[in-house]
Design a protein around this ligand. Structure first.
Ligand code: CAP
Ligand code: MG
Length: 435
């Protein structure tokens, strides 16, 4: 037997007496082994493949490497299939999120020994957190920018998702701002089309933003979707900056974490806020036994520096979601499968220099749903409706007014039905969609 073979690094990762230290990155997984494999054996395989190991002994390994870098599976809950692994931060390049995830959320999902694997939660040590900016403004910065305090921000997504020309897009945005909305956003799949060129859309829409601001006396925000290949994305970000936009929007999952990090660095240098759309998250988050939880995605997004992040509508709107998980992201709410205190309200929990992100509720919303939404999600949110604004019988401006009126009614504690008597735009929305 060679010296390297004497030190076992294909097993022996489980150590329930281990307590994670302040330099450990802690991952929590739900897992089920494939037939014929015990959960404890699977723990070894997961810990090894996500760090220093492979399927067999290798002559290039030495005890020094294993001693320094071997992770510890310190919690194994056989009944719930929950395991927790502590990885020393020495295993990672701290400021490189793709690199970190290639280890702890990489090959392990594809191993034959795994029947199911879901990354449920991540706890970053301070050493890693220090390498990220977090949101540029976060909740306090957004409140300051919009000069709002005690109400949710209201927004719309220009609809149809794609199809309008840049001129038509800018006009719809103007109508929405004029009707009372704070925020207008590009849809996640609106980038630079042959019929709606990005540069032209920016010029026209930001001009309309200025006009709406002048006319209403309110701060208006445009979430400009710069999602593209990274260098082109940064060029687009530069254009938005030159034209006076404050917010850049990125599809965080389709662009990838490297793109988000690059855009965040640009935002840091140019004082730009970032809006994160989570299109594609369902591919990871929807199966409760497989993939990556939205909690974990939200933590990564906040750490890198997303100011406003889609988290769902707590089952009120059109998109499938896990109400408990969404509320845990936002509020201090205990979840059965999320038992630890430090997992709660992860967009807002105290994270050293990292500011809190603002939750965005979107997907199938309309004015009639706003009071319920505020009741469950609180007032520190962006309430966003696309169809629920542009589908108003009297058009976008009336739809925007109805959204704002719904927020006003809810904040004053006046039942929506009663408020409709004196607010005709809201009345027509409620007539169409109910409340
Ligand atoms: C909403 C939306 C959002 C989804 C994303 C859409 O439009 O713009 O992208 O809500 O969902 O295109 O569907 P509507 P989530 O208001 O017309 O539904 O926030 O859950 O990621
Ligand atoms: Mg959309």
């Amino acid at each position: 037997m060679k010296a390297s073979d004497r030190y076992d690094y294909t097993s022996g990762y489980v150590d329930e007496s281990y307590r994670p230290g302040k330099h450990d990155l802690v991952m929590e997984y739900y897992t089920e082994p494939a037939e014929g494999i015990s959960l404890r054996r699977l723990c070894d395989l997961i810990a090894g493949e996500s760090s220093i190991g492979t399927w067999t002994h290798i002559s290039t390994m030495n005890p020094g490497i294993a001693k320094r870098l071997k992770p510890h599976v310190y919690h194994v809950d056989e009944k719930r299939g929950v395991i927790k692994v502590a990885y020393t931060d020495e295993l990672f390049e701290w400021g490189n999120m793709p690199g970190i995830l290639s280890s702890v959320a990489g090959n392990i999902f594809g191993m034959k020994a795994v029947k199911h694997l879901r990354l449920d939660d991540i706890h970053f040590p301070q050493s890693i957190m220090r390498k990220y900016h977090g949101p540029e403004g976060g909740v306090p910065g957004i409140r300051k920018l919009t000069r709002t305090k005690d109400r949710p921000l209201t927004g719309t997504i220009v609809k149809p998702k794609v199809g309008l020309t840049a001129e038509q897009h800018a006009k719809v945005a103007y109508e929405a701002w004029s009707g009372g909305l704070d925020i207008v956003k590009d849809d996640e799949n609106l980038v630079s089309m042959s019929f709606n060129n990005f540069d032209r859309r920016m010029q026209l829409t930001l001009k309309m933003r200025d006009k709406a601001e002048k006319e209403t006396g309110e701060k208006k925000i445009y979430l400009a979707n710069v999602t593209a290949e990274t260098l082109e994305m940064l060029r687009r970000a530069k254009l938005v900056h030159r034209l006076g936009g404050e917010f850049l929007m990125i599809d965080i999952l389709t662009a990838g974490w490297a793109g988000v990090q690059s855009l965040r660095d640009f935002g840091h240098d140019h004082k730009k806020f970032l809006h994160g759309h989570r299109a594609m998250h369902g591919a990871f988050t929807r199966d409760p036994k497989q993939g990556i939880s939205m909690l974990a995605i939200a933590k990564i997004a906040r750490l890198i520096g997303i100011d406003t992040l889609h988290i769902g509508t707590a089952a009120i709107g059109k998109m499938a979601g896990n109400k408990d998980e969404e509320l845990a992201m936002e509020h201090e709410i205990e979840q059965e499968h999320i038992p630890e205190d430090d997992r709660m309200h992860i967009l807002k929990q105290d994270w050293f220099h990292i500011k809190p992100s603002m939750a965005v509720a979107s997907g199938g919303l309309h004015p009639g749903l706003i009071p319920d939404l505020i009741k469950v999600m609180g007032k520190d949110i962006v309430a966003q409706a696309g169809g629920g604004v542009h589908g108003h019988p009297d058009g976008t401006r009336a739809g925007a007014r109805a959204m704002r009126e719904a927020v006003d009614a809810a904040m004053q504690g006046i039942p929506l039905k009663q408020y409709t008597k004196t607010h005709p735009a809201l009345a027509k929305a409620v007539q169409k969609w109910g409340c």
